[in-house]
Each structure stands twice: as structure tokens, then as C-alpha cells.
Design a protein around this ligand. Structure first.
Ligand SMILES: *Cc1c(COP(=O)(O)O)cnc(C)c1O
Ligand SMILES: [Zn+2]
Length: 413
């Protein structure tokens, strides 16, 4: 059973019941799930978790929905791999990569969607909906199919074919909208007012959805032998994932799964073509000024991030930093990760690796730290971003002579 006491406004702390509510009617602050941590501490243990499924649902005690009957395609428990070759390139010491490209629909969104739709079904919803930069649409369509729910997902019309096709195949309604993600999101907020019997994953059930990202912290700690890293680097779109990773690490100490220790430093990565949070960080501002996105990192292209100020706060209070990288640096980041570690990430992964490189060069991420970088999406969905530089070495006639002329033998020695 989940140990949920209710919801609470993050700003004014007013309590609300655990229903499909996401914003305080008093001050418009976002609502957060409140848990009975004492009861969780009495129930949870490393052994109990180890005996659970190899999915996010092994941490059900710290999630806001019931694990029996979960809408589950197997999200989570992705590999945490040591990355010595990449570390050497970047002048770092102990570097790990959380390889979330290996989720069922190829991105970390499967974590949040599994939690959101499980809760939505619990609350009696039969239709799943969302506004998406691509990966969320993909994951909602897949999980809705799995759950036998109808789905209505809205995306900007300029998304990569690799995200449109992989969403449409699941047979729900996919509405492409001529506008930016922020336009799509605004429309969905209006739609949520009209269709109160639809579960909008990132509107009326956003409070539950967001909790799924905590599993990115839980898994890393468990995979490090119940220790936390010194520093994590996280890509930022709405800022939800980043804030919940920090919350996840804190909760582990609260319920006694790890020893309380120094706060994990949390750094954020954005694309220069959509960097409202990094820009606020660099300016020392405590508000986030919306921008109009223009970047190949479409999954991170949210110009008006809902959790931007909270992400800023987490980064500052943990002693991390936020930085942004150009589209060229993103492509170089994808390529560097692929050739050093054998992981093909989408553009968001390129943002993370390139930002990690930048923060390492600046001495913000240090070589004496145990570092985890979150690689949140699969490169097969954004092949267009690298197609221009990922080609056959040569195309030849099927003869030895042609082969010898073409292959770089020095390169394979
Ligand atoms: C959505 C997304 C993110 C960022 O998520 P937020 O919680 O909105 O900050 C990061 N990486 C990928 C691949 C995504 O699809
Ligand atoms: Zn409030």
C-alpha cells in the first residue's frame, strides 16, 4: 500500500486530498505528494527492495500509486555503467552513466508515465492525455495501449519523425499542432478544463507523474551499493526531473535506507537554443524569463518551464551549476558518448554530455568526485541530428582490392 497522506501546496502548505489536483486554488502553487515517512521507514528495507521486481515498482513504498495492477511495460532499473573512457576524455575520475536509453519506449519518460497512468486508473480515468515534446507522447501512447486506455496526445508539428512514428504506431489519437511546445501546453491546459474526465499526465495528474523521476535517484543509490554520488548532471526541460532526483536522494536518508550525509550536488544541462533556467542561473536571478526555443534538442525545448525556479533552487542550494551548450556541441556530445562508451543517446543525452564536459573544464564537476550523468533518451529517435556525420567509411565494389584501398588499416590495429 502506498503511504500517501494527501497533497500539499508547495508554496502555502495548504493540504489537499490525494485526487486529480495539481495546483493550489488559493495561491496557484504546485501541489506535492505528502508521505507518512515514519510508516515508510518502518516498512521499507534494502532486502524488501532487492526482492521486488526489476522495475521502478521495486520502490513502490516511495511512490504514490499501488504497485498491484500497475500500468507497467518494465520501466526502470536501467544499467548504471562506469564510464572510464569518457572520464579520461573529460579529465574526470569516477564517472558513471545512468543509461535510461534502455527504457521500454527509449526514454526516462516511461518512469513518470507508468506512475501517472497507474494513479490515473486508480482514480477511475479511462482516457490518457498529454502535451509533449515527443518522448512523453511516445510513452503515454504505449502505456495507454498496455492499460487498454484511450489516448489523446498533443505534440508540436515539427517533431522528429522518429518520435512521431513511434507514437502513432500505438493507435491512439496523435494531434500535431502548429506551434511551440509552450503553445501545445497552453492548449492542453484549456483542454483539461473541458475534459475533466481525461487524465492529462502533465496537467491534472502531474503531481503523481513527477514522483516517478525519484526512481532515478533510488536506482543510482541502490546500484552504487546504497551510497549516493557526490555530483549528478541532469538535463532540464520543465525542471521536474532534476528537482525530483534531488528529492529522491533526500528521501532515502529520511526513511533510513542510507546514512544521512552531505547533499548530493545537482547540476543542470540545457541547450543554448532553449536555456531559460541556465540563463537565470548565470544571471544570478531567482526568476526564470521564458524564451522561444530554437534547438535540435527538441525533447528539452520548453521555453516556459513549470519547475524552472524550483530547479534553480535545488541547483543553488546543493552547490551545483547550470550551463548550456550549442547545437554543434550537442552533436559532438552524442558522438563522444557513442565512440567512448558505446551508448547512442538522443539530443538530450548530447546536451548532458556536452554540459558535463563544459562543467568539468570549468572545474565545477571535479575529478575527485563520484559523478553520475543521466542519459535520458535513445539516439534511434533523433537520428536526423547526427545523420550528416554518421556515414559509411566507404562504399566499395565487393573485391579485396577495393577493400584494401578503402579501409584504414592503421585505425584497426
Ligand atoms: C522530458 C525529457 C527530459 C527533461 O524532463 P523535465 O522533467 O521536463 O525537465 C530529459 N530528457 C529527455 C530525453 C526527455 O524526454
Ligand atoms: Zn497554495
Amino acid at each position: 500500500m502506498p503511504f500517501v497522506e494527501g497533497l500539499r501546496c508547495r508554496e502555502c502548505a495548504r493540504p489537499y486530498p490525494a485526487e486529480a489536483l495539481h495546483v493550489c486554488e488559493w495561491c496557484f502553487g504546485p501541489l506535492e505528494v505528502v508521505y507518512d515517512y515514519e510508516a515508510i521507514a518502518a516498512s521499507v528495507s534494502r532486502e524488501r527492495i532487492a526482492a521486488g521486481p526489476l522495475t521502478i515498482w521495486r520502490y513502490a513504498d516511495l511512490l504514490p500509486a499501488r504497485p498491484d495492477g500497475a500500468v507497467d511495460l518494465g520501466a526502470g532499473f536501467t544499467p548504471l555503467v562506469r564510464a572510464d573512457r569518457l572520464a579520461a576524455e573529460l579529465g574526470l575520475g569516477e564517472l558513471w552513466l545512468k543509461n535510461d536509453t534502455l527504457n521500454p519506449t527509449g526514454s526516462f519518460k516511461d518512469r513518470v508515465v507508468s506512475v501517472a497512468l497507474t494513479k490515473a486508473r486508480e482514480l477511475g480515468f479511462k482516457v490518457a492525455a498529454c502535451a509533449s515534446t515527443g518522448n512523453l507522447a511516445n510513452s503515454v501512447a504505449a502505456h495507454a495501449a498496455r492499460a487498454g486506455m484511450a489516448s489523446v496526445v498533443c505534440i508540436p508539428s515539427d517533431l522528429e519523425p522518429g518520435k512521431v512514428i513511434t507514437t502513432a504506431i500505438f493507435g491512439g489519437q496523435l494531434i500535431a499542432i502548429d506551434g511551440t511546445y509552450d503553445d501545445v501546453n497552453r492548449l492542453c491546459a484549456e483542454l483539461a478544463g473541458e475534459h475533466t474526465d481525461w487524465a492529462f499526465v502533465n496537467v491534472n495528474v502531474r503531481t503523481y507523474y513527477a514522483e516517478g523521476s525519484k526512481t532515478l535517484a533510488f536506482e543510482v543509490a541502490e546500484q552504487l551499493g546504497w551510497e549516493v554520488p557526490d555530483h549528478v548532471v541532469v538535463p532540464v526541460a520543465s525542471g521536474s526531473q532534476l528537482t525530483k532526483i534531488a528529492k529522491g536522494f533526500a528521501e532515502l536518508a529520511t526513511v533510513g535506507l542510507i546514512e544521512p550525509g552531505p547533499t548530493v550536488r545537482v547540476s543542470g544541462a540545457q541547450a543554448a537554443g532553449c536555456s531559460p533556467v541556465a540563463t537565470a542561473f548565470e544571471a544570478g536571478a531567482d526568476f526564470v524569463t521564458p524564451v522561444r526555443p530554437d534547438t535540435i534538442a527538441k525533447s528539452l525545448a520548453i521555453g516556459n518551464p513549470a519547475d524552472g525556479v524550483y530547479a534553480l533552487d535545488v541547483v543553488r542550494s546543493s552547490g551545483g551549476a547550470l550551463a548550456s551548450v550549442t547545437d554543434d556541441e550537442i552533436v559532438e556530445g552524442i558522438s563522444l558518448l557513442a565512440r567512448t562508451e558505446g551508448i547512442f543517446a538522443e539530443t538530450a543525452g548530447g546536451v548532458t554530455v556536452a554540459t558535463l564536459a563544459k562543467l568539468a573544464a570549468q572545474g565545477v564537476v571535479r575529478s575527485d568526485e563520484r559523478v553520475v550523468a543521466y542519459i535520458t533518451g535513445n539516439g534511434l529517435k533523433t537520428i536526423d541530428a547526427v545523420a550528416h556525420r554518421a556515414k559509411p567509411t566507404a562504399t566499395i565494389a565487393p573485391t579485396l582490392a577495393a577493400f584494401d584501398a578503402a579501409v584504414d588499416l592503421a585505425g584497426v590495429r
